[in-house]
Design a protein around this ligand. Structure first.
Ligand SMILES: *[C@@H]1O[C@H](CO)[C@@H](O)[C@H](O)[C@H]1NC(C)=O
Ligand SMILES: *[C@@H]1O[C@H](CO)[C@@H](O)[C@H](O)[C@H]1NC(C)=O
Ligand SMILES: *[C@@H]1O[C@H](CO)[C@@H](O)[C@H](O)[C@H]1NC(C)=O
Length: 370
């Protein structure tokens, strides 16, 4: 039941605290950008439409109303698991882009991969994806394949532009990653020993993929760590009191701690490797504790859904109930954040309180020069 319902959708990682966003020049020229391009790898928290181009009836897709009900210029269901923009869009906006780079499979289908890769970036993120190939197998682009897609993108870029230009571009660009929740939910470790073994496998695989990206020229990694996944409506609804699942949260926190030490361990082995790790745990717990200060009146229910907590049927659909004031909800569907929650989370990662990112903020990461 619970875990099964989580399949195919990665879990939200929102974080918050009010932070005034000092308008990063929408529509301005590239001079306003902090980085030349952005490459995105991960799960449904970042997917901007790749899954719409995957075959199969069990592929998770946010391609129906009320997804995208508030999408700028919409309503239009683009594949984002949100009422509007997701966190990748807001990180991109903070970096000076209009929104997230376009999905890889969309760019391929339009024969526009290389122009986009050279001027804005590419998104490889896919809902349901995991660090392990076995996670939701056959219904997403697993991280290993996202890395291969990046590799082939890079090869095409080099043919068009030459390797010197491409390597400069990649070293300056921002690599945004968010993945792991789907692995945790699918794996269902039983004993504490299993749990530790799972962290070890996941972090070792994650480190391997990050090292491969580094080997292809990536230097700046903005990584969103796992948040309190035991508090999403889909999990809360399983408890009669609607409480968070503490054991799930402990597992997520353990994974987050393992990622943190795994990244620190990479630094001495990879010259020039820099990263910013966003602590979704602390930031999300802070907003659960003090939602009013952020303008939220509902932190436990899906805005779009059915039944108790709007979470009795995992997805948002045409016949779901839709809340009226989306900006006052933290969750849009039973797993993913609203556009407003994503915006606040991105502001925090980018330039929020220092303890929410380490060792530096996303903004400081973007400003590094090679
Ligand atoms: C990745 O995980 C698989 C289990 O799915 C494991 O067999 C393999 O050794 C891991 N690879 C790395 C590099 O840790
Ligand atoms: C439901 O949540 C409460 C905390 O409010 C907890 O004490 C209880 O053990 C939970 N029930 C189950 C079945 O996990
Ligand atoms: C909470 O999560 C654990 C797994 O970590 C699971 O065994 C348990 O059934 C969950 N409790 C509820 C009430 O869903």
């Amino acid at each position: 039941m619970g875990y099964a319902a989580m399949r195919g959708s990665a879990v939200l990682l929102v974080g918050l605290v009010v932070a005034a966003f000092a308008g990063a020049a929408v529509g301005a020229g590239s001079a306003a950008r902090l980085v030349p391009a952005m490459y995105v790898l991960g799960d449904s928290t970042l997917d901007v439409g790749n899954n719409n181009h995957l075959p199969g009836k069990d592929v998770p897709r946010a391609n129906v109303p009320f997804y995208g009900v508030d999408f700028p210029g919409g309503p239009v269901a683009t594949g984002r698991f949100s009422n509007g923009y997701n966190v990748a869009d807001f990180i991109a906006k903070n970096l000076g882009f209009e929104r997230s780079p376009v999905a890889y499979l969309v760019l391929k289908s339009r024969n526009y991969l290389i122009p986009s890769a050279m001027t804005r970036g590419v998104s490889y993120a896919s809902a349901g994806a995991g660090i392990l190939d076995s996670t939701n197998m056959g219904n997403n682009i697993p991280l290993s394949k996202q890395v291969r897609y990046f590799e082939s993108t890079k090869a095409e870029m080099e043919v068009a532009w030459g390797s010197r230009k491409v390597s400069t571009l990649l070293a300056e660009s921002f690599f945004l990653l968010s993945i792991g929740s789907n692995d945790l939910f699918q794996s269902k470790p039983k004993t504490p020993v299993d749990v530790v073994a799972l962290y070890t496998t996941l972090v070792s695989n994650y480190s391997t993929y990050i090292t491969e990206l580094y080997g292809m020229g990536a230097r700046k990694f903005g990584i969103i760590n796992m948040g309190p996944v035991g508090c999403v409506p889909r999990v809360r609804v399983l408890n009669v009191t609607g409480a968070c699942n503490d054991s799930m949260n402990r597992m997520a926190a353990g994974f987050a701690a393992a990622v943190k030490s795994g990244l620190a361990a990479l630094v001495p082995t990879l010259p020039g490797f820099t990263y910013s790790l966003a602590d979704s745990f602390v930031s999300t717990q802070a907003s659960f504790a003090n939602p009013q200060s952020l303008g939220f009146v509902n932190t436990d229910s899906a805005c779009c859904g059915i039944g108790r907590l709007g979470a009795e049927d995992g997805r948002c659909k045409r016949n779901s109930k839709l809340c009226a004031d989306r900006d006052t909800y933290m969750f849009f569907d039973a797993v993913h954040s609203t556009q407003r929650a994503a915006e606040l989370a991105a502001q925090q990662m980018f330039d929020g309180p220092a303890h929410l990112t380490e060792p530096i903020s996303f903004k400081q990461l973007a400003q590094k020069r090679y």
